[in-house]
Write a protein that binds this ligand. Structure first.
Ligand SMILES: Nc1ncnc2c1ncn2[C@@H]1O[C@H](COP(=O)(O)OP(=O)(O)OP(=O)(O)O)[C@@H](O)[C@H]1O
Ligand SMILES: [Mg+2]
Length: 298
């Protein structure tokens, strides 16, 4: 809506995981390099974890581009609330396996011949599972068994499990210790630092056609960082709303007042601030948190 007004050729703060807008912060660069290294060196199991909205799916999309460019066969499971029957069916569809896709036995046979054939050509096959923290135990166990397929040159299937930090906790469960033992590489995504947030915003504006943007000042970007706590998805939502507000008010430079309005509308909470109108919550009677801090450590 505001693109033409600011001289943008695309929406800079879309919420889709578009690799074209991928910003390579040091940690994102390192995590992507690790994923690629893990796949190429046939490491077997790789885990990518990070809080909600830190860029896991976007990174997997970048990996998907890499695999496409290298002609590496892969299955990308993005809906993880599935039964094991659905899991095999999805793999069969993604890898275009020539078999009766609803029969687990047939899928396993077809998958086996595909991975062996790929391996004979010096290639590996990859299974990517996004939102893996939602996987049922049963499906995780099937994934472990798939990851066991190997020949003398190494693993035939590289498995990448991406998910929120619950995934790490899930993998700590005693019944998953066999799977946990097979994880050879772990990558984590943390929220951006303040300087990354500013670079990220400038980078997205630039990719959308506005170099050296002046709509969002350095001070305002520092404030956006504080309010978003460095989470890319929240940064996008704030900036999108901010540009819209600025456009509606016919301004060319966003202000703190506009940011306040956007934060109220989004009911944003950040350290040291709570949405207006919310009551202070006192601890429940059984909680031992003191209501005030005594002075002088009395
Ligand atoms: N490194 C990055 N470069 C560009 N955009 C990013 C980056 N990281 C995250 N984003 C943007 O932030 C938003 C959220 O990213 P994404 O969906 O990848 O997060 P996620 O970790 O998969 O979240 P969830 O845990 O909810 O699945 C998207 O709009 C995405 O484009
Ligand atoms: Mg995601």
């Amino acid at each position: 809506m505001y693109n033409a007004y600011f001289g943008l050729s695309a929406n800079p703060f879309s919420l889709s995981p578009d690799p074209a807008f991928f910003y390579r912060s040091e940690q994102h660069e390192e995590a992507l390099a690790n994923l690629i290294y893990g796949v190429q060196s046939r490491k077997g199991f790789i885990v990518l974890s990070g809080e909600v909205g830190t860029g896991k799916t976007t990174m997997l999309e970048c990996l998907r581009d890499f695999l496409d460019a290298q002609h590496i066969e892969f299955a990308f499971i993005f809906n993880s609330r599935i039964t094991s029957d659905q899991f095999f069916e999805m793999i069969a569809y993604d890898l275009n396996l020539n078999c009766q896709r609803t029969s687990k036995t047939e899928v396993l046979f077809a998958l086996n011949s595909l991975v062996v054939q790929q391996s004979d050509q010096g290639r590996t096959t990859v299974l990517i599972v996004d939102e893996a923290h939602n996987l049922e135990w049963e499906v995780l166990e099937e994934i472990r068994l798939l990851g066991n397929m190997e020949n003398r040159r190494g693993k035939l299937i590289q498995v990448i499990l991406a998910g929120q930090p619950e995934l790490d906790r899930k993998l700590d469960a005693p019944n998953l210790r066999q799977l946990k033992q097979r994880i050879v590489l772990r990558c984590g995504l943390e929220p951006f630092s303040a300087s990354d947030t500013a670079d990220y915003i400038n980078n997205r504006m630039e990719k959308a056609g506005l170099t050296n943007q002046t709509v969002l000042s350095a001070e305002l970007m520092a404030e956006i960082h504080a309010r978003s706590q460095g989470i890319p998805r929240v940064i996008n939502a704030i900036c999108d709303n901010l540009l819209l507000t600025c456009f509606a008010m016919e301004g060319k430079v966003a202000t703190v007042e506009m940011l306040d309005e956007v934060s109220r509308d989004m009911r944003l909470e950040w350290p040291g601030h709570r949405p207006r109108g919310e009551r202070v919550r006192f601890p429940e009677p059984h909680q031992e948190t003191p209501l005030y801090t005594r002075r002088g450590g009395e």
